[in-house]
Design a protein. Structure first.
Length: 161
């Protein structure tokens, strides 16, 4: 992962067992101010390999494999299920570490292992001390970040090791 001049690039691998064993590899790139630019994904699930390319174009139009996604109008971030690195981009863009106002955001949420893309309305409420309360639907959790803006603890869900 690299954070440089208001941009984040990251590659990662996610292994999962639900609904059955899968592997997802991703390459994330943001543009200026940590705004989504490109997310390349591949998944190995039930012996099949799938791929997805999601792009937020400079004019704000979203596509998945060149198919328009008008439901993502206004989204500035990717969010890959079970991958906390994607919580860093809104946190960094809005400098939430010291506190501030709650922010409602639209995300391009990618489900795994099917790699479907859908709109996700999320709320980030800065709590100070590099912690935010995250809410989406009926799910809520406090997320803790390090001094670089990367998730260290997603309470009752994930912890960086």
């Amino acid at each position: 992962m690299r954070i440089d001049d208001g941009r984040l690039t990251a590659t990662g691998t996610q292994l999962g067992v639900t609904p059955s064993a899968y592997r997802v590899d991703y390459s994330l790139r943001t543009g200026a101010e940590f705004v989504a630019k490109r997310l390349e994904l591949s998944v190995l699930h039930e012996g099949r390999l799938g791929r997805r390319l999601i792009v937020r174009h400079p004019d704000g139009i979203w596509t998945a494999d060149d198919r328009p996604l008008p439901e993502l109008e206004g989204a500035l971030d990717f969010d890959l299920h079970n991958s906390p690195v994607f919580n860093s981009t809104p946190y960094l863009r809005h400098s939430m570490g010291a506190g501030g106002e709650a922010r409602d955001m639209v995300m391009a949420f990618v489900t795994v292992p099917d790699l479907n893309v859908k709109r996700s309305d999320q709320r980030y409420t800065p709590l100070g001390n590099a912690t935010v309360n995250y809410t989406s639907g009926d799910f809520t959790a406090d997320i803790h970040f390090d001094s670089d803006g990367l998730v260290t603890l997603y309470e009752d869900y994930l912890e960086r090791v």
